[in-house]
Design a protein around this ligand. Sequence first.
Ligand code: RFL
Ligand code: PHB
Length: 395
Amino acid sequence: MTIPSHTTVAVVGGGPAGLLLARLLHRAGVDCVVLESRDRGYVEQRQRAGILEQGTVDALRDCGAAGRLDREGLVHDGVELRWGRRGHRIDFPSLTGGRRVWVYAQTEVVKDLIALQLADGAPLLFEAEVSAVTGADTGRPVVHYTHEGVARTLDCAYVVGCDGFHGVVRKAIPEGALRTCERVYPYSWFGILADAPPACDELVYAHSPRGFALHSMRSPSVSRLYLQVPNGTDPAAWSDERIWDELEERFAVDGPWRLNRGPITQRAVLPLRSHVTEPMRWGRIFLAGDAAHIVPPTGAKGLNLAAADVVVLARAFTDWAATGTTAALDAYSDTCLRRVWRAEHFSWFMTTTMHTAPDQNPFDTKLQLAQLDRIATSPHAAAELAENYAGLPVA
Ligand code: RFL
Ligand code: PHB
């Protein structure tokens, strides 16, 4: 492949945000180049999100990237909330006017988008690590990167930072130009992948006196499970038996329900954080996905927010390329931030309602249980949860 030295839109990061943006731009005839610091195998195997909202699935379908998702994705019409040894199901279609979610792993979305991009898309360079962006306050920004040991530059009209929470593009913006808001939670998630058939047809979010647990899945034979653990927990310090026993306790109900155990194939601990950078644009730099905002995973919103950002941004670039008008680009940050803050609130609400804080007192617990009871008994409260979980339409 010849390495391009100029393009219209330089996309930094080949995660879901960068890859979907590149696909949408390519379909709209807008030139772009994607620079990804890691190798293809690493990006395709990184275990992360599992739930796609209706709007994300619609976006993937619209750009021809949903063939395998439509064949292999598991459609879910609800989730179970479990507390006090009983379960309560939230039905999405009846509460949201027909919206639903798909269980289809982020790894698979990324594989599908990479395959399309390499087959007929814009240039996508792996092992291309961006070190700096200069000239973003001029008409011609320059992206500086190293590819296979060679220092290179990419001239462009716009740069989009899709380079995740630890990315470099946000750091190219002067500190005084951005505001950040953040909350760090006093607990983490211990996530495992296991060769065991899921013990449920839909996801189970469990509040228990021993802390939160989530039962998710990747396929009819692979389970994905999470346990709330203290920050700083070493995943290697837990035996497989201890993990399964703890999950069993937290999911326990009155009745015959049992978890299916099996070999644990992956394990990791991740801290929970909420973070928003505003505005999501400075000069000729735009931020999208985790580069601009992080949510705790309890609401399954991170990947979906990343997808919604780039749908809005791709439309704005398409408008600008067709007409020369920057109105939609100028509105990008405000348009996205409304949805981002809604998702921040929902993710915080799900997290603080379902987890047990280290300093939690009985009053706090009673408030959580009163809120869960409200969701179980009021269609309005259930609809509020269902609308947020299944996802609001993309602006
Ligand atoms: P990513 O996926 O972090 O991709 C950023 C990419 O940028 C590259 N990069 C660079 N490339 C070039 N030069 C540099 N200097 C670079 N620095 C970084 C990185 O290698 C990487 O490939 O961000 P993106 O695209 O914004 O996507 C965001 C999502 O990955 C994230 O929000 C979700 O995974 C969050 N999340 C979930 N979201 C959901 O919507 N539903 C879920 O069910 C859900 N579950 C989860 C999650 C995240 C988790 N973890 C591990 C954080 C479950 C977990 C366990
Ligand atoms: C997952 O399947 O990895 C998953 C599902 C729902 C969440 C978070 C993660 O809220």
